[in-house]
Design a protein around this ligand. Sequence first.
Ligand SMILES: Nc1nc(=O)c2c([nH]1)NC[C@@H]1CN(c3ccc(C(=O)N[C@@H](CCC(=O)O)C(=O)O)cc3)C=[N+]21
Length: 296
Amino acid sequence: MTARIIDGKAFAQDVRARVAEHVARIKEANGITPGLAVVLVGDDPASEVYVRSKGKATVEAGMNSYEHRLPADTPESELLALIRRLNEDPAVHGILVQLPLPSHLDSNLVINTIDPAKDVDGFHISNVGLLGTGQKAMVPCTPLGCLMLLRDLHGSLAGMEAVVVGRSNIVGKPMAQLLLGDSCTVTIAHSRTRDLPDVCRRGDILVAAVGRPEMIPGDWIKPGATVIDVGINRIERDGKKRLVGDVDFESAAKVAGAITPVPGGVGPMTIACLLANTLTACCRAHGLREPEGLTA
Ligand SMILES: Nc1nc(=O)c2c([nH]1)NC[C@@H]1CN(c3ccc(C(=O)N[C@@H](CCC(=O)O)C(=O)O)cc3)C=[N+]21
């Protein structure tokens, strides 16, 4: 058997087109343009690339993009003051502070200073609590993108065994909450899980979000399972730089029923969902009808 390859790039294009269409409609009907502010502290080259592509995608969707670049040694008080200004700015509907932050900055404090209604990353404790209690929240972009792919593939996820490998606040935990919300039986596995291969083999759905290149081989996967690979690892092989996931794609594709590739899988969905969240935040701020199929 060979797995169906889930085209995250094409799906993300479709999401972005739907966002753009909705943006055009509210511009026309309500004279409102959604705005996303992205804050980058320091000059990490990978972060630079992400921030640039986020800005480009935002403008392509017809929204306003505001980029704030601060030096790596920016005092915490200055960053917090910027966030408070963005919280008050009516043209800004979404705020994203690029992570990781330089180590002298307390990222929990920084994130929790963002107005939860503008927290398009869904990292604020209020949004975490809302998601965990099944209330309307801003949902983290990467897990939301994975959920969209899974719903598209399976329709209802009710009763499926889902195994999430990784317990981070940005992917593993919110992913588990979303799967639980869709009535999966959810296991969160991690580096200290006993008999990890056996636990992985239970999953009708296996989400890999550990950040270890090609850690999960094909023989950890239940035949026919859907594999969602969240990993984005830069490695060097045969003298060439490559991007690989947390799953060993070659062996996994022989066992899985469907699998996301890296690149071209979950990554593009993350950016598409950031745009969707910005639109959702804008609609909520103005009491407008929310876009359908673009929220959890
Ligand atoms: N506050 C915050 N929110 C984030 O959402 C956030 C962040 N900080 N810090 C960094 C990570 C990383 N991230 C990615 C988004 C898109 C791709 C993406 O589109 N990847 C392409 C390939 C890109 C390439 O070639 O490098 C793909 O997988 O096909 C990857 C990674 C968002 N992040």
